[in-house]
Design a protein around this ligand. Structure first.
Ligand SMILES: C[S@@+](CC[C@H](N)C(=O)[O-])C[C@H]1O[C@@H](n2cnc3c(N)ncnc32)[C@H](O)[C@@H]1O
Length: 213
């Protein structure tokens, strides 16, 4: 079947290595946070949604240590703090259509290498294959140019519906959000929906941890 999008480059999943100390997960509905930082949003979300499982991934050791310290104190059974690169972890752990909501809150702007922005990366297609029908990706940024580029890519390349909203100045979901709003910067969020019937070239790919056993 033809993919629903027009993105050509294909992620070479076979070049990926399993994250260190990788632990497989069950194929049950879950939410994912990519680039969780010190975990402020993940902790609030898990507390407010005790029946929802959240995997929150952070690759920087220092931030992850701050996150896991707080997560351990709070002891939330539905929150899983993961120290890994989100690309490899998603490929090894996540089943097709498993993710209900994916949060990407204030990703690095990657001003010098726009190919590293999530919607410019072949990884985005893999992520879409892991999204449930009608699942949503929440992408927030304080950089207007990042958001408008993402909108163009959603319209012309990924062909995905989305809504945009401005983040109120009282919002305080993440450390970066607090910092940007305190500086008077405009923060915006795209809420991207994956329609049922949307297809990618990874739709039948099982977690690599299963493929390689
Ligand atoms: C600008 S910070 C924002 C952190 C947090 N979301 C916030 O708003 O306070 C972006 C974070 O994403 C993490 N990150 C970037 N790419 C990642 C990846 N592929 N896997 C895991 N974490 C990643 C970085 O280490 C960094 O902590």
């Amino acid at each position: 079947m033809q993919p629903s999008h027009h993105f050509e480059r294909l992620l070479n999943v076979h070049a990926l290595y399993a994250p260190r100390d990788f632990v497989a997960i069950d194929d049950t509905p879950m939410c994912l946070e990519i680039g969780a930082g010190k975990g402020k949003h993940a902790l609030i979300f898990a507390e407010n949604h005790p029946d929802t499982t959240l995997y929150a991934i952070e690759r920087t050791q220092e931030k992850y240590q701050a996150f896991i310290k707080l997560a351990t104190q709070k002891s939330l059974p539905n929150l899983h703090a993961i120290h890994a690169d989100a690309i490899a972890w998603t490929a090894f752990a996540v089943y097709p259509k498993q993710i209900q909501t994916c949060f990407i809150l204030y990703p690095n702007p990657e001003s010098k290498n726009k190919n590293q922005r999530f919607l410019n990366m072949p990884f985005f297609e893999l992520l879409l294959s892991k999204m449930a029908d009608d699942g949503q990706i929440v992408l927030a940024s304080n950089i207007a140019e990042y958001v408008s580029e993402a909108q163009q890519l959603l319209d012309s390349v990924w062909r995905l519906p989305y809504t945009k909203r401005y983040i109120p100045s009282s919002s305080a979901r993440t450390h970066f959000e607090i910092k940007y709003l305190a500086r008077g910067e405009t923060c915006q969020e795209l809420i991207i929906t994956k329609p049922a019937q949307y297809s990618t070239r990874f739709d039948t790919l099982l977690p690599l941890s299963l493929e390689r056993t």
